[in-house]
Design a protein around this ligand. Structure first.
Ligand code: BJW
Length: 356
């Protein structure tokens, strides 16, 4: 099997510096991509790892000894809104200081070239919008870190695109005094060192994801309050476990999958007969595919005819691969621009608009 090495010239400080693609896989994928119009992408946290943002599960999924998924719940917010707000304030801060990586730009360019390409992103970090991904072709399944809403649903207050950092003074990152990472006796390997360096560069202050860094207990009165009802707290406009996804997003996605076209025989006697439009290709990028309904969209696309291409660091997260699918192992920031190159060329790599 012949392999193609991907250059890392565009990667600022990627945790993986090189990736290999099988030439035959790349050729068959490219041929299919060029003939594909209806393309769905399901994106997850791995897409933004090269930008310095952590994942939810696996090595990156701990925040101060808490499993990140255990903080992303309505119950956690009810019992300790100060801690949960600190977690989200930290992530707002990190995301604002992060930059979209070549994969975000490549997907944005693919959307411009293929008007029937729809991206379903689980990411709340704002990097796809900042890469200029056309808004109509980007569905944010789990909301955005930069939307805030009243915790009381009956109040209904929502504010979008609030890029303030911190959102209230009490949620500012503590000031930097000393480098905590250097105090460790364990010498991390090169890949981990690169990831630590990228992450450290995003934090203007102490890294409060480290449980050794003390954080203040924030009184409820200092947390962001709803300017509408003036009694309840504001909360991040993200989707927590047990909550339904935004209705408008769900109905847009359903409408895409429900699109129909005349059957090839829709002349004469069969006039007016319609059939579901096929999906040609489903790209599954940087997600563990454990969270529903997001993970279910891959199955939905497959049921509508799509061949599936998984891009992930970890082969075990490429679930249910079938004959005719592809698995490209490695860093999404390197692989995605490479496998899309025949359609998008060299993707642009500068932000369209600055947040804030
Ligand atoms: C790289 C890489 C590199 C690393 N390059 N790759 C059907 C069956 C069973 C359960 C359910 C079901 N339907 C609904 C449920 C319940 C539940 C659910 O799915 N539970 C499962 C865990 C079992 N779903 C819900 O509650 C959803 N709501 C809902 O369905 O409402 C109706 C309903 C409710 C209750 C019951 C039934 C119906 C809401 C889900 C909301 C998820 N929220 C979070 C937090 C968002 C806010 C925030 O960001 O804080 O969303 S949890 C977290 O997981 C976050 C993520 O978007 C999501 C997915 O994680 P993701 O992106 O896949 O990240 P990781 O860390 O898991 O994976 C990273 C991947 O990247 C790995 O594969 C790495 O290998 C890879 N990687 N570096 C490429 N450089």
């Amino acid at each position: 099997m012949q392999n193609i090495a991907i250059s890392d010239k565009h990667i600022m400080s990627s945790p993986t510096k090189s990736a290999l693609l099988s030439r035959s896989d790349l050729e068959s994928f490219t041929a299919h991509l060029q003939n594909s119009q209806r393309i769905v992408a399901v994106l997850g946290a791995g897409l933004s790892v090269s930008s310095g943002l952590p994942t939810f599960r696996g090595a990156g999924g701990l925040w101060r000894n808490y499993d990140a998924t255990s903080i992303a719940t309505p119950g956690a917010f009810r019992s300790d809104p100060g801690l949960v707000w600190m977690f989200y304030s930290y992530r707002r801060h990190m995301s604002l200081n992060a930059k979209p990586n070549p994969a975000h730009y490549a997907l944005a360019e693919l959307a411009r070239r293929k008007p029937e390409f729809l991206t379903l992103s689980q990411n709340v970090d704002g990097l796809s919008p900042r890469a200029g991904h056309p808004a109509g072709q980007l569905k944010l399944l789990h909301g955005s870190l930069f939307d805030v809403k009243c915790e009381d649903e009956s109040c209904g207050y929502i504010r979008q695109d609030d890029f303030s950092d911190p959102i209230v003074p009490a949620l500012a990152m503590p000031e930097d005094e000393s480098s905590v990472a250097e105090q460790s006796n364990v010498r991390p390997n090169q890949a981990i060192q690169a990831a630590i360096a990228t992450k450290a560069a995003l934090i203007k202050g102490l890294d409060i994801s480290d449980a050794n860094i003390p954080i203040p207990t924030i009184p409820r009165s200092s947390l962001p309050h709803c300017p509408n009802c003036k009694t309840s707290l504001l909360r991040p406009g993200v989707v927590w476990f047990g909550e339904t996804l935004p209705e408008a997003v769900l109905s847009d996605v359903d409408a895409y999958f429900d699109e129909v076209e005349p059957t090839p025989q829709a002349e004469g006697r069969n006039k007016g007969h319609m059939q579901s439009k096929k999906v040609d290709l489903c790209l599954v990028i940087g997600t563990s595919s454990q969270v529903y309904p997001a993970a279910g969209y891959t199955y939905h696309a497959r049921a509508m005819g799509a061949r599936v291409a998984v891009i992930n660091m970890d082969r075990s997260d490429a679930r249910d691969l079938r004959e005719g699918d592809w698995f490209f192992q490695g860093d999404a920031a390197q692989i995605v621009p490479e496998i899309l190159k025949s359609v998008i060329g060299e993707a642009r790599t500068s932000e369209v608009a600055k947040a804030g």
